[in-house]
Design a protein around this ligand. Structure first.
Ligand SMILES: Nc1ncnc2c1ncn2[C@@H]1O[C@H](COP(=O)(O)OP(=O)(O)OP(=O)(O)O)[C@@H](O)[C@H]1O
Length: 247
């Protein structure tokens, strides 16, 4: 397999008394979508933040395309769609501004958009079907539209690594299909993508591989294998797909 785009090794993260990650290791590869699955509190958001360099692990390392997370953020190599709860939706920025933020790494320190930046933003808005909403304040979009705006930011950025924390939460079927198609297109163009989801049924159609997380990576492989009831029982302690093995 190719050189990993993301190589997270032995990550341990603590918030005070809470051990959120306990030696979690994960590699992500170009052109592949990896689905991240685990129960509430299993450390999924923390893993995203550690890969982004937004929380500091007490042990372990993260390399992105061979460099540090800070370097990857600065060079716009990594894009992040945070969980909705982590976003201040009252912030006075338009949808267009949010997508333009994806271009900051391509601009000089004056942050004055060049023609290429404006074109990239217009194209990304078009692809997520939000052109008509460009000048709305970001908080005045529906849940699915907000997610699509953040996906557009990642697309405009041209990031080689995309991290999406529950992009399908509170999203209708149409937005879900749009986001899935866009992620598949980004992967086909070479991006390494990590996406957390609670929608286990949709995972095989979305992801090339799946990861079961419970403070550490319990399993990483083909989605059909990872989603076997006996494996899910390890991560969730119950038959979350509702399958009956002995009808
Ligand atoms: N800022 C924080 N301060 C203290 N504890 C935190 C903080 N952020 C997360 N935690 C705790 O760390 C653990 C992991 O949280 P995290 O948000 O990474 O889980 P998650 O798998 O993303 O959960 P969910 O599926 O509910 O979004 C949880 O026990 C959580 O309560």
């Amino acid at each position: 397999m190719s050189t990993p785009a993301v190589d997270a090794a032995g990550l341990t993260v603590r918030y005070g008394e809470v051990l959120a990650l306990d030696g979690a290791s994960l590699q992500l590869h170009p052109s592949r979508i990896c689905g991240l699955v685990g129960m509430n509190g299993s450390g999924k958001s923390t893993l995203f933040k550690a890969i982004m360099g937004l929380v500091k692990p007490e042990a372990g390392t993260v390399r992105i395309n061979g460099g540090t997370p800070a370097q990857a953020r600065k060079s716009a190599a990594i894009g992040y769609v945070p969980q909705s709860e982590d976003v201040d939706w009252s912030f006075p920025v338009s949808v267009h501004d949010v997508v333009m933020m994806g271009r900051y790494g391509h601009m000089g320190f004056t942050r004055r958009p060049a023609k290429a930046d404006k074109l990239a933003v217009a194209e990304a808005l078009e692809r997520v079907e939000l052109t008509g909403y460009a000048h709305r304040q970001i908080g005045q979009l529906s849940g699915g539209q907000k997610k699509r705006a953040f996906v557009a930011r990642g697309i405009a950025q041209g990031a080689s690594v995309l991290l999406l924390d529950e992009p399908f939460a509170g999203v209708d079927k149409r937005s879900e299909a749009t986001i899935t198609r866009l992620l598949r297109e980004q992967a086909a163009a070479g991006a390494a993508i990590l996406v957390s989801t609670h929608d286990l049924h949709a995972l095989p159609a979305l992801a090339d591989e799946a990861v079961l997380l419970m403070q550490k990576v319990l399993m990483h492989g083909d989605p059909h294998t990872v989603l076997r009831p006996e494996n899910l029982a390890l991560a969730f302690g119950l038959d979350v797909l509702g399958r009956n093995e002995n009808p």
